[in-house]
Write a protein that binds this ligand. Sequence first.
Ligand code: 3PG
Length: 309
Amino acid sequence: MTKVLVATDKPFAAIAVKGIREVIENAGMELVLLEKYTAKGQLTEAVKEVDAVIIRSDIFDAEVLDAAQQLKIVVRAGAGYDNVDLDAATARKVCVMNTPGQNSNAVAELVFGLLVYGVRGFFRGDSGTELKGKKLGILAYGNVGRNVGRVAKGFGMEIYAFDPYTAAQIIENDGVKAVATMEELFTACPVVSLHIPATAETRKVVNYALLSAMPQGAIVVNTARKEVVDETSLRRMFEERSDFKYLSDIKPDIDAELAAKYPDRYFATPKKTGAQTAEANINAGIAAAKQIVDFLRNGNTQFQVNQSV
Ligand code: 3PG
């Protein structure tokens, strides 16, 4: 019988697992569950005899792929697939997919949770500021960026976006001002929300030149990836700009240092929380299960993100 493994270090909500199970079992396949595992060895053991795997931010590298001799497809239930070694998967004829858009509302809502927490002085009771009327810069107008723009309208923010892969007209049709460069975005907006994936091209792209160009009352919200921010620049901004705040859903490598030195201006969630809602888990998990069934039965590769051989 075809076996589908759900391997999640950070588990889906139980209701999402139930939905995934229904899709897999209704297709006549068997669901195998590995949740909250603590060692890579548990993952390499669990993948041994399965045909398909659903993961989240779980590291899926060449070693894991080598252990998965029967594997045909791995679906990252979520947007970013920087945790999967795409070349190694291609070399082993394994299809890799993601589930774009399925968890983006959850991430967008967290942006505003972090923002309100930040502008209200981390709820310590001091007088803060409001978001209404402030300029918000959205770095990358993809699925999450668009949802951030939608919610920002409710707050009465003035919205700007930079996205080299989206036509300016598409951005402007949403009532969002499209800017031509990242420099323009950071120069115009005291609040910037990051929504770029971690790739070779985006690594450390948020650097001192951009950060230091931000107007007074600068706040950067990172619900994307830690790799996109240059941490030396981040440290320097905290040292030089007493108005600067950084609110993140991913702990930077210098988390302990920033938390100790700047408790009023730096906050990172204890665990990555953006996509951790029942709704996002259901959407992404069930989409992943359906994509697996459609791939194994019909060869549908619509959401494939690696090269096929
Ligand atoms: C994503 O890329 O989809 C988000 O970063 C969510 O990641 P998670 O599934 O590990 O919470």
